[in-house]
Design a protein around this ligand. Sequence first.
Ligand code: HDD
Length: 669
Amino acid sequence: MQPARDAKDQQLDEHRVPVDDLNMTTDQGSRVDDTDNALRAGTRGPTLMEDFHFREKITRFDHERIPERVVHARGAGAYGIFELYEPLGDVTSAAFLNDTSVKTPTFVRFSTVAGSRGSADTVRDVRGFATKFYTTQGNFDIVANNFPVFFIQDGIKFPDFVHAVKPEPHNEIPQAQSAHDTFWDFVQLQPESLHMIMWLMSDRAIPRSFRMMQGFGVHTFRLVNASGQGTFVKWHWRPVLGTYSLVWDEVLRLQGNDPDYNRRDLWETIERGAYPEYELCVQLVPESREHDFDFDLLDATKIIPEEQVPLRPIGKMTLNRNPQNFFAETEQVAFHTANVVPGIDFTNDPLLQARNFSYLDTQLLRLAGPNFPQIPINRPVNEVRNDQRDGFHQHMVHESRTSYAPNSISGGCPGAVEGYRHYQEKVEGTKIRMRSPSFEDHYSQSTLIWNSMSDWEKQHIVAAFLFELGHVERKHIKEGVVRHLGQIHPDLASQVAQGLGLPAPAMAQVHSDTSPALSMTGQPRSVATRKIAILMGDGTDAAAVTALRRELEAQGAICEIVAPAEGTVGGVPVDRQLSAANSVIYDAVVAADGAALAPMGRAQFFVKEAFKHQKAIASVGSGRRLVEAAQLPNDVGVLIGDGNDIAKRFAEAVAGHRFYERDVSSVPA
Ligand code: HDD
């Protein structure tokens, strides 16, 4: 069913250029009769300056690129709708957070941080999760990431951090990776980054899907109610499908097999109507409790553990529409932490304060001047009226004879009336370049995250440190990092030190507190939107496959038939031929044929690789022979399909995402 058309969708109508049968014209509207041959003096002669169509076409082409975002250059977007569960008038006057009958249009852009526009999706990195709410009171943006903390505490360090993580300046290597000297040099010298590093080394940094990751506003923001009373707030997006990740070896292979893996996944599921959903949750802290924590609420390298302040779900966002033009919409969208509406305000978090400067500034360059808010994707759905005029690409024709206030000539219009009112916070202090001592502890929450991880999550963190530091050339940098790890946890430090061939560092006495909510275990389970490869060949029992497929698809799974050749197999249409398919683009595998496939190395590898990546594998009929030929160790999650309940058992296995307990250390695939 098509979603109802919202206000933003309708507003875009006036900018849309439909596919139609009109004839080609120049930008000036003059009809073009030949766009294949430049105007020349004689068929073998020079091209003439007079050829305005040629000149316009080439000039436009020469100017087609705009600067990519300095960070978060690679991204994918989608439109959605936000629906509120209950009015929040007690804490905020924001209209869209008070009226449950309103469906607020949104646009979301997901991104990676370090890589260029053309880099692969599945890299170890933070993911951006920026949402623009087109509210009746103007645009409100939550410019979030999929980690709840950040690398630095003060925005003045942002250029340093970004320069360190980006490719090194002398040779522009490596692309979209943190596994290099300058990044880890920054980390070892800037221990405030350590908590974020723990997130970056965890599987959160390699999400299975944009649809299966959380979003965090990171900073403590402020809500303000109608009587001017403030409440601290942290924003959280929680994916309805649960939070799930890939495994590292799979990530590396996906970069070659499908560099657009996350982008494609978002696009395809929306096209199918399996709309991604996220609950918006808040952590609310009354101002009276500001100093009740053993960390500073203004410090963006700290979380408020959910066990201390529970998450309150306040609404749901459903992404229900793909953009129609990547450049016009996803590339030109401009987010800004300072895009707020009445009832939502800032705190003095020094990272947030810097962001409130940076986003507008960067967009003035990237989108070439001050009129970028008029670009269709950026326009609010309510009317914009002010005296700011002129500049490159002004699209509006302002009829007023005045562009200043106050004025008497235009009846004082547009006049400043009741609108956004800044929260009246009392501020006093000495001008000083210094952080508050309450920002000094860089280790306790890094320990908290380590303590809260399950065994497999800990193993993956250690492996990530070893991979990353294994790419660092300078020994003193590795030693510096390992020294810090000794302050986080002896188990972590000793394993990393051992792998790097370094002596164990001095170990601190660490606390044993945990925050179970930090672990990715215990997520909602579902086969919905899981991609399953069914390997078929000439020997397949097509009826058994069709029955299995029907049951899986009834639960929302996406099945693809993979066979040695395109066409049909056993009367079933083939979706992909084996040489164009790879297990890494699927969540699970069904071996449905052994007769044709068992002797084929590629088919064996397919199954073995899925096993290595701890995916559910089932065999039906002669598929057992393929599983046997792949010589999988006897372990969990490999279901041999004798009996009627195979579909049920397999669906349960797929819904669990991965068999992390499966020992794959000896599997070479
Ligand atoms: Fe940022 C882009 C998220 C710190 C400066 N940032 C950008 C995007 C996201 C974030 C999701 C991509 C928006 C899009 O899709 O267009 N940034 C964060 C988060 C941060 C953070 C969650 C810490 C809590 N950022 C941060 C700091 C600064 C910036 C401290 C500068 C002082 N960020 C930028 C930027 C970007 C940007 C340079 C690049 C392109 C853009 O803004 O529009 O201004």
